[in-house]
Design a protein. Structure first.
Length: 763
């Protein structure tokens, strides 16, 4: 993992899981030696708990029919016992858990692992090898065991909730797919209770209708849903984040490390910072992060960004996402860039990026289950003599399904020799919200292609809009001659990585991958395409289908190494290592007789107009209280002139002042200022003023501030990039032509350029 200013290249040295864990242990030992409190526990805030809780009523009975699944076309594979749910699905089949429960006393609740989010969950669980884990998350909606009826969260009594919390506390998370040294007894769960209206407004409202489209470069008028009511859903979003903050603060210990996951909880870092100012807080955003020009369209952009900047470290999947975030903080909120992050009112928020991987060990194991081979053989027999292209996506506009179908049609147009010799098996799982328009577009495209290029004995596109079982899924990935992954925007795509693992024991077939994905940078040996360029996609498909065995072997070897190297375990461990490296160091407090406070950025926030920087009532009360204590000597040191400081702070009689960077001093209790520049040559000011006027005329939003002993050019209200460019030009002119001849120094400040006598300083 690297800071946002350093893009990761293919030559980046990789650290193994053991190496990362060793480094973490060393850093922790160094911290403890310095007196920094570390509890050995990591608190994770996740939208969902990785556990499904279902209500076991007074007379529970076995749900013989299992979960309802979408209607399906005639089976192309035999039935198999395990279901692969869509990313939005949350209720797995609990037949096994029910059978086990029948042998035990009846419990009001039945718990089982939640399907989906396996990458994040497996990464978190792997950390139990070295640290205690507390996972804090929403319970999700509840259903009954017997009839799969929905149970309202609002209907649960305090006793019901207390009983379920005990079930969570005693839940055994042992999993056959865990890493060998995982410690399930170190993993605990804390539920967050949300009212039904808040839960719906938070997830189905603000998350899915506002943030999700924006983060995937879709403004709301482009989404096939109603325009969201931002204010109503944002209120639910804020309430949900506050509920998480309350739950975490109630459990937080000194020295805990807190990791917040994804866009559902972007306000949480700031809320936790208010309640626990010294906490170590990290935020990982699993989705893409858009450019500043897209993000600025968000009505609550400042609140969202300030919420995120409550963390010590904000981390993304790729360098480009972290760069977009840094640019947004600078251009939208006006914060200053720092070498390793963003300067937020004097506090450094580090920005990093770290690639996310899958649980490669579990996928490799599952892809060898005995039920897969018969299905793989059935597929080969069914499509004998034809090349098989496989694709699986959620039916969401950002997944690029329509672009993929059009590219496949382009393949048949440009390379007619494939007509009758290649099939596309496209599986789409239902999205969270129905999109009849998108479903209709896909169905019409499939019908058009099959009508134009098909025949009585040949159907080019086989579309299955349904959830499919795990062994069917792995059989498809194993039998494929090519995988076609074409999202328009995506963070991490697990299908592409699972395909690579499945192909290791089979044909080592090539992967066609969209360049607009968070993982595309690391999977450079895939055939990367722009899904909007149909001709190039068709050419890439043709190239993949005609690729030599040697080329396939070479690409597969490289991709397999990447997928099995950058796993979810390594990702989680790197997050922890980076957190300890970049978290603010705590030092022991000591009482000092001399207290020095800067004005701008310390007593007041940095503002575009200097005259608007006025201390708050709370700040004034604190200064008055500190200066009233006879054991304290309080000074305010500033580049401001004495008149400004007198206007806003002059009533604090026991506070001393240093104005204009030490040019003027006023002792505590005194009323007169002492001018320390009376004997200095100040003739240079007119010359510098002319230069500043020249740049002011050419930099919209800039202005010149004249003081008695210094002169400052401000460009905070200018375009950030243009203002910075002009500042560098002006700085070069002053340092080359003026400073060598005059007794002055030129200082680059926060969105300003100041010239003052070289003989004076703030302190």
């Amino acid at each position: 993992m690297d800071d946002y200013s350093t893009p990761t290249g293919s030559a980046t040295k990789f650290e193994s899981l053991d190496e990362v864990r060793t480094a973490i242990a060393k850093i922790e030992a160094e911290h403890k030696a310095k007196g920094i409190a570390l509890s050995g526990r990591i608190v994770h805030a996740c939208h969902y708990l990785p556990i499904v809780a279902r209500r076991n009523l007074d007379e529970p009975k076995r749900n013989e029919h299992g979960l309802t699944t979408p209607p399906r076309t005639p089976d192309f594979l035999p039935q198999s016992p395990e279901l692969v749910t869509s990313p939005g699905a949350t209720l797995p089949s609990l037949d096994g858990a029910v059978a086990e429960a029948e042998a035990k006393p009846v419990s009001p609740w039945l718990l089982a692992p939640r399907r989906g989010h396996t990458t994040m969950t497996s990464g978190i669980r792997s950390l139990s090898t070295t640290h205690e884990q507390l996972i804090v998350g929403w319970t999700g909606e509840f259903r009954t065991v017997a009839n799969d009826d929905r149970v309202s969260s609002d209907s649960l009594s305090h006793e019901d909730r207390a009983t379920l919390e005990k079930e969570y506390a005693s839940y055994d998370s042992t999993d056959a797919g865990a890493v060998a040294d995982e410690r399930p007894e170190r993993i605990k769960y804390k539920p967050v209770w949300l009212d039904d209206a808040v839960a719906a407004g938070h997830y189905e409202g603000y998350c899915k209708t506002t943030l999700w489209p924006l983060f995937h470069y879709l403004l709301w008028q482009d989404v096939a849903t109603e325009i969201p009511v931002h204010d109503q859903t944002f209120s639910a979003y804020r309430k949900a984040n506050q509920a998480f903050a309350d739950a975490i603060l109630a459990e937080l210990r000194p020295g805990d490390l807190v990791w917040i996951h994804d866009y559902h909880l972007l306000l949480l870092p700031r809320m936790l910072r208010h309640g626990a100012p010294d906490a170590h807080i990290g935020l990982f955003v699993h989705t893409p992060f858009p450019s500043s020009e897209v993000f600025r369209c968000l009505p609550r952009r400042t609140e969202i960004l300030d919420g995120m900047l409550g963390a010590n470290l904000v981390c993304f999947q790729t360098y480009s996402y972290s760069r977009h975030f840094a640019s947004t903080c600078i251009r939208v909120c006006g914060y200053e860039a720092a070498p390793l992050g963003i300067d937020v009112h004097g506090a450094l928020v580090a920005i990093s990026h770290c690639p996310v991987g899958i649980d490669a060990f579990r996928v490799d194991r599952d892809s060898q289950r005995p039920g897969i081979l018969p299905k793989l053989q059935s597929l080969r027999a069914l499509y004998q003599g034809k090349k098989i292209i496989v694709a699986r996506d959620k039916l969401d506009v950002v997944k690029g399904v329509t672009q993929k179908l059009r590219a496949f049609e382009k393949l048949l147009q440009d390379y007619p020799e494939w007509i009758g010799n290649v099939v596309l098996i496209q599986v789409t799982s239902p999205a969270l919200t129905d999109s009849p328009k998108l479903e209709r577009q896909v169905s019409e495209l499939v019908a058009h292609i099959n009508g134009e290029y098909g025949s009585l004995d040949f159907i080019p596109v086989h579309h299955y809009h349904q959830t499919i079982k795990k062994d069917e899924f792995y059989a498809l990935l194993s039998v494929a001659d090519l995988a076609l992954i074409t999202p328009l925007r995506d963070g991490m795509n697990t299908t592409s990585m699972e395909f690579v693992i499945c192909q290791e024991r089979h044909g080592k077939s090539p992967l066609v991958l969209s360049e607009f994905m968070g993982i595309s940078h690391h999977m450079s040996d895939a055939l990367q395409i722009n899904p909007w360029n149909l001709g190039d996609v068709a050419a890439a498909i043709n190239r993949g289908l005609t690729m030599t065995a040697q080329d396939k072997e070479s690409r597969q070897s490289s991709l397999y190494k990447i997928v099995t190297t950058y796993t979810s375990y390594n990702w989680a461990a790197m997050l922890i290592k980076n957190s300890f490296n970049k978290s603010a160091r705590r030092t022991r407090r000591t009482i000092r007789p001399l207290l020095l406070f800067d004005y701008d950025g310390t007593l007041t926030p940095i503002v575009k107009t200097p005259s608007m920087a006025v201390p708050s009532k709370d700040t004034l009360r604190a200064l008055e209280k500190l200066s009233a204590d006879p054991k304290n000597i309080v000074y305010i040191i500033s580049g401001r002139d004495g008149g400004f400081l007198d206007q806003h702070l002059g009533h604090l009689k026991q506070v001393g002042f240093s104005a204009e960077h030490g040019s003027f001093m006023r002792e505590p209790g005194a009323s007169d200022w002492t001018n320390l520049t009376e004997t200095l040559d100040m003739s240079w000011m007119s010359e510098v003023h002319e230069i500043f006027k020249y740049y002011t005329e050419r930099t919209t939003g800039s202005f010149v501030e004249l003081k008695k002993s210094s002169i400052t050019w401000h460009y905070r209200a200018s375009d950030p990039e243009w203002g910075s460019f002009q500042c560098n030009q002006c700085l070069d002119l002053l340092q080359t032509n003026i400073a060598p001849k005059r007794p002055i120094e030129v200082l680059v400040g926060k969105k300003n350029l100041e010239v003052r006598p070289i003989a004076v300083n703030k302190v």
